[in-house]
Design a binder for this molecule. Structure first.
Ligand code: TXA
Ligand code: MG
Length: 317
């Protein structure tokens, strides 16, 4: 078994190796940010294209500020409220951040994770850690240690921190001051919802606008992503006949003899927590996973869950 303890993980990471670590969102494939060969091996292990930038994980906001050339004042508010937690802040980078991490961009994504073992590891290593989700590129992110093992077998050492509490990746956010108004852009919806951010900024009497950016603003967050082994189909209420679904799948090159339904819980926190686990459990040979769109699963709180289902889906019927 590739499972290792926290002290072993700290030692391996200090030596420049990769270790899959638990965070509250998903497991991350971590490596120290100050070694080019370590960073390169993150991309190679995941078969991740070099144009998809990595998130840098820090032990606290001071460490984040040290890596940013500018630190927008609004980030102090956001970090105080949501860190440690599932929020990634995009800031102009300093020289300390390799362009391998940022895929050549001038900005870097910074996040302080909430999982107690992630924090213990970050403090122990003493150097910030770059960590993308610990899955092969384009696939479903792991929310349990056994998912990482299923993905990489003995190739990657793993720290088991139990099932991830949030279950979907962090919210990626960028903010800029324009004419005295903070322009807040959600580049990727995630563990902190748009209403949570809005409520904080209203409470603090910040003058702001908040928008959801087009996916192009978040490099690597490609249209097809998070795909489980089995094809995912979204049903919009027009078609429910299984034979019709199979026929339409066949037209798209998927021969399927079994349809399985992913039933979303009514509670959005729970729905996010179990989403990737459900994708994995429902996947099987010649099987399609269908998800029905219901009104009870609508609204801004659901943005992250639907973003992931839509990117996983190959067909809308
Ligand atoms: O919850 C998470 O964020 C997890 C855990 C492990 O922390 N990590 C994660 O990493 O989801 P990854 O590599 O799967 O997604 C990173 C994404 C990139 O694909 C990109 O969309 C965005 O973060 N990103 C990173 N740096 C950026 C930058 N400088 N500008 C814009 N987007 C950036
Ligand atoms: Mg990922």
């Amino acid at each position: 078994m590739p499972l290792i303890s926290v002290p072993e993980a700290i030692k391996s990471l200090q030596e420049g190796e990769l270790v899959a670590i638990p965070t509250e969102t998903v497991y991350g494939l971590a490596g120290r940010i100050d070694r080019e060969e370590t960073l390169r091996s993150i991309f190679l292990t995941k078969s991740r294209p070099f144009f998809d930038p990595l998130i840098v994980h820090v032990a606290d906001s001071e460490q984040a500020r040290d890596l940013a050339k500018e630190w927008p004042a609004i980030y102090d508010l956001l970090a105080r409220e949501f860190w440690p937690g599932p929020l990634t802040l995009i800031a102009p980078k300093t020289e300390r951040i390799s362009s391998l991490i940022t895929s050549g961009l001038d900005s870097v994504g910074l996040r302080c994770p909430k999982h107690p073992l992630a924090l213990e590891i970050l403090r122990g290593v003493g150097v910030p850690l770059a960590a993308p989700s610990a899955n092969r590129f384009g696939r479903t992110s792991p929310t349990r240690a056994e998912h990482v093992i299923a993905e990489f077998a003995d190739q990657v050492k793993v720290v088991d921190g139990g099932p991830c509490e949030v279950g979907v990746e962090s919210t990626v956010l960028r903010a800029e001051l324009r004419n005295q108004v903070w322009n807040v852009e959600i580049l990727r919806p995630g563990g902190i919802s748009q209403p949570q951010i809005r409520h904080l900024l209203e409470r603090e009497k910040v003058s702001f606008t908040i928008t959801r950016a087009h996916s192009i603003a978040s490099p690597g967050h490609t249209k097809a992503h998070y795909q489980p082994e089995s094809p995912v189909v979204i049903l919009n209420g027009k078609i429910s006949d299984e034979e019709v679904i199979k026929l339409r799948l066949r037209e798209h090159g998927h021969v399927v003899n079994q349809i399985r339904h992913l039933k979303l819980p009514e509670d959005v926190t729970l729905a996010a927590r179990v989403l990737y686990q459900n994708f994995r459990e429902l996947s099987a040979e010649q099987t399609a996973i269908v998800v029905e769109k219901h009104l009870i699963h609508a609204g801004e709180d659901w943005q992250a869950v639907w973003d992931r289902i839509e990117r996983a889906a190959i067909l809308h019927l």
